[in-house]
Design a protein around this ligand. Structure first.
Ligand code: SF4
Length: 785
């Protein structure tokens, strides 16, 4: 950067998925300010508080400044951190990792990264995955178990065949937006403009959220179910849609497995003469092969009961309708606290408005019934013909960058040797998903079963506060033979680390990405402060020392970017030659992908599910030992499923939505942001607070039980009295651990007496399909401190 003049650097913020284009003003290598780039399609010149605070984040005096190693035993109040060089840090890491691999096998080393929604992990995770694959460990996880499993991971591939693709709404075309547990106006602020514009032209916004979050406050209709009972709400909506004839029957017949005949005796599909699936042809009153696709003389029956070769059977749709028959709005009112008439109103509005879209996020995942809840919600789009159509529930295009994750380097049969397979999460193993649930890792460390986990490299991961049952996680980290943690700040979990690494902020690092309308090389807008390194550089340098130099482009990150850019036929040099980047127009969003024609056969390709169709009924789940249909099940824990716990702990603890100024557990040290929200709090309904004698602003203790009724943990918070939560529900914002020196606000730690809501959960309540931990409907009690 040239001296004595202010340079304008085009880049983008990657603190959230919105990827806002920015212009950084840099003088003599110093960041003066950041502005939204008016030419960016994503944000059109706007930035949220996190982006605008870049300068305070970069130059914060409390950042980790250099690599350090502990000199005192774990458990000492003072780890005796000693400044070491990057060479010493990386050489030690490579030596200890090789030793652990030789002694216990590669699976005994865990690669942990924090949320891809924070820092630049959503970019560098590809190379982190490559490193773990080359090392040979099938145990590589993030935060999906408390974030997005039921949005993209286990639910959608099996039923709908689109692994890893996120819902994507075309807000200009949709006439109905159903958002569930997704405070999108704050978590992806540039989308707020699109949603409010859609409302202005007449689209309806319906928000389902137990808390009156900012997005719910803008809704045309807000439904506030009892936390964890969204599944009952969706089943009742299906009930109304079926009863009132609002189903798109043609779509069900031809693009889903709704007409496939299911045996009454074992729940598997009826097969015959080499045909794996049969339907009942209503025109000829006879069975007919369903595979590959129906000729025109077939009219597949959706309802009824039949006999095929002496086997009694029914179409999958009949089983689905039988299941939801009991789920009337009146039944759901008892389960959810939402009035039956409101459920009817929303179901009718949704089914009668075309196109109607839906999207969901964190709020739906932290529940022991999250898997089936997401499936039932997604099926609303299927049964009404809103699936993968413009303005309906569509999905992102396949990523265009060349895949560099290197999963081909994993040893043969790796999934069978993973913790996820050993723990019995068969659907996840079938989908070949990395381990994910961090409680499995903590259990393996503490018990040595199914095999010991001895070492861990964790980047951008505040494990001491970001995982349920923080106490257990901290105990587990303490037991590791070798733990390295890299981050921007010293987090509570680092008290258990052997080496800590100072990471660069994303503003000080580089990557290549599509930031409409540009393909962009995000160069550092300033050099990393102190001795910080970008995560990517750490990964590449460690890879070389572990002997993977060749597979890591001999440490040349630019060459790695050029590999990623190959599909676009441009290089990093091309991107740099025309700042802010090269204009790129992606192919138009594909729709109706289920109907795309296979060039060879001339027939529809279908979707990547076991049956090739969208699946209302999953035979694969059935054979794996799970329910093939998204039938109602209470969340665990909960006032109905664990009434004994609720006798002593009568309130329902819910935690979830984050406001615009926070990025999960990060950034609370940044004063401009901390001024928005100075103190951790608990939201209590005014009537409940009055009964408990708790005035506004009082410091209160929230306590929760373990599964056996003994105390799990407590937190101490400021009471905020509100009408935004139900009288039986309290709400605790998550992510609080850090202080803010410039506002004289001290940090809180992560265990009892802290402000860390994750200290309150026993992690043994899990969704049997996905492994997601039951956190939305947790028993608790509140008292004055
Ligand atoms: S954090 Fe804010 S500025 Fe950054 S990408 Fe997201 S919305 Fe844009």
């Amino acid at each position: 950067m040239s001296a004595n003049r202010t340079e304008q650097i085009h880049s983008y913020c990657i603190h959230c998925a919105a990827l806002c284009g920015i212009v950084a003003y840099v003088k003599d290598g110093y960041l003066v300010k950041v502005e939204g780039d008016p030419n960016s399609d994503n944000n059109a010149g706007t930035l949220c508080p996190k982006g605008l605070s870049a300068k305070q984040e970069i130059y914060h005096p409390g950042r980790l400044k250099y690599p350090m190693k502990r000199t005192r035993p774990k458990g000492d109040a003072d780890p005796g951190w000693q400044h070491i060089s990057w060479d010493e840090a990386l050489n030690t890491m490579a030596a200890r990792m090789s030793e652990i691999k030789a002694l216990y096998g590669p699976e005994s080393f865990f690669f942990q990264k924090g949320s891809t929604g924070g820092s630049s992990g959503s970019e560098w995770y590809r190379f982190f995955g490559r490193l773990s694959s080359l090392y040979g460990s099938p145990n590589h996880g993030g935060t999906g178990h408390i974030c997005c499993y039921s949005r993209s991971c286990p639910g959608l591939p099996l039923h709908f065949g689109n692994k890893g693709l996120h819902p994507s709404i075309d807000y200009e075309k949709t006439n109905f937006i159903l958002l569930v547990g997704y405070n999108i106006l704050h978590t992806e602020p540039p989308l707020a403009r699109k949603i409010l514009d859609a409302q202005q032209r007449g689209a309806k916004l319906v928000v389902i959220d137990p808390v009156l979050a900012p997005t719910a406050a803008k809704a045309d209709i807000w439904l506030a179910p009892r936390p964890g009972t969204d599944l009952a709400l969706f089943l009742a909506m299906h009930h109304v849609i079926i009863h009132e004839g609002l189903v798109d029957a043609d779509f069900l017949k031809y693009w889903t497995n709704a007409p496939f005949l299911v045996r009454d005796d074992n729940g598997l599909f009826v097969s015959s003469d080499g045909n794996p699936y049969l339907v009942w042809n209503a025109k000829e009153r006879a069975p007919q092969p369903a595979n590959p696709w129906f000729p025109s003389h077939v009219e597949p029956a959706l309802n009824g009961s039949y006999s095929v070769n002496g086997i009694s059977c029914r179409p999958a749709w009949q089983l689905f309708t039988d299941m939801v028959e009991a789920c009337s709005p009146e039944w759901a009112e008892k389960m959810t606290w939402v009035e039956a008439e409101d459920i009817r109103r929303v179901a009718r509005l949704y089914a009668n408005t075309k196109p109607a879209s839906t999207d969901w996020y964190n709020g739906l995942h932290k529940s022991s019934n999250g898997y089936y809840t997401a499936v039932a919600l997604a099926l609303l789009s299927v049964v009404t013909g809103n699936w993968d159509v413009p303005g309906g529930l569509s999905f992102e295009s396949d990523p265009t960058f060349k895949d560099v994750k290197g999963s081909q380097h994993l040893p043969e049969g790796w999934i069978n040797n993973s913790l996820v397979a050993a723990a019995g999460f068969k659907a996840r193993a079938y989908n070949k998903e990395y381990v994910g649930p961090m409680n499995l890792v903590a259990d393996a460390i503490l018990t040595g079963k199914p095999y010991p986990i001895k070492g861990m490299l964790a980047l951008a991961s505040g494990m001491g506060t970001s995982n349920p049952n923080s106490k257990k996680m901290m105990d587990a980290l303490k037991q590791l033979d070798f733990l390295v943690m890299g981050d921007i700040w010293e987090t509570p979990a680092m008290a258990m680390a052997d080496i800590i690494l100072p990471c660069a902020t994303h503003w000080e690092s580089e990557f290549v990405n599509y930031n409409p309308p540009y393909l962009m090389h995000r160069r550092p807008i300033v050099e990393p402060q102190h001795e910080a390194w970008p995560d990517l550089k750490i990964i590449f340098e460690l890879a070389k020392r572990l002997g993977f130099g060749k597979e890591f482009w001999d440490g040349d990150i630019k060459k790695a970017f050029n590999t990623m850019l190959e599909p676009f036929k441009v290089t990093v040099d091309d991107l740099d030659a025309s700042p802010p980047g090269v204009r790129y127009a992606p192919p138009p969003q594909p729709y109706r992908r289920y109907a795309a024609t296979d060039e060879k056969s001339g027939k529809p390709k279908g979707v990547a599910t076991p049956t090739g169709k969208l699946e209302l009924y999953s035979e694969k789940l059935k054979t794996l030992g799970y329910d093939p249909l998204p039938a109602w099940r209470e969340p665990e824990p909960g006032p109905v499923s664990t009434p004994d716990l609720f006798r002593e702990f009568p309130l329902i603890l819910s935690s979830g939505f984050k406001p615009m100024h926070w990025l999960h557990g990060q950034l609370r040290a940044v004063p401009w942001l901390r001024e928005c929200d100075k103190e951790p709090s608990v939201w209590i309904n005014r009537r409940t607070a009055q009964k408990l004698g708790i005035p506004e602003g009082e410091r209160v203790m929230v306590e929760t039980p373990k599964r056996d009724g003994t105390i799990q943990g407590n937190v101490v918070l400021k009471a905020v009295l509100t009408e935004a939560v139900h009288p039986q529900v309290i709400y605790i914002p998550y992510g609080w651990w850090q202080g803010c020196d410039s506002l004289a606000l001290e940090g809180y730690g992560s265990l009892d007496g802290s402000a860390n809501v994750n200290n309150l959960y026993d992690d043994s309540f899990t969704d049997p399909v996905s492994g997601t931990i039951g956190m939305v409907s947790y028993p608790c009690r509140v008292r004055k401190e």
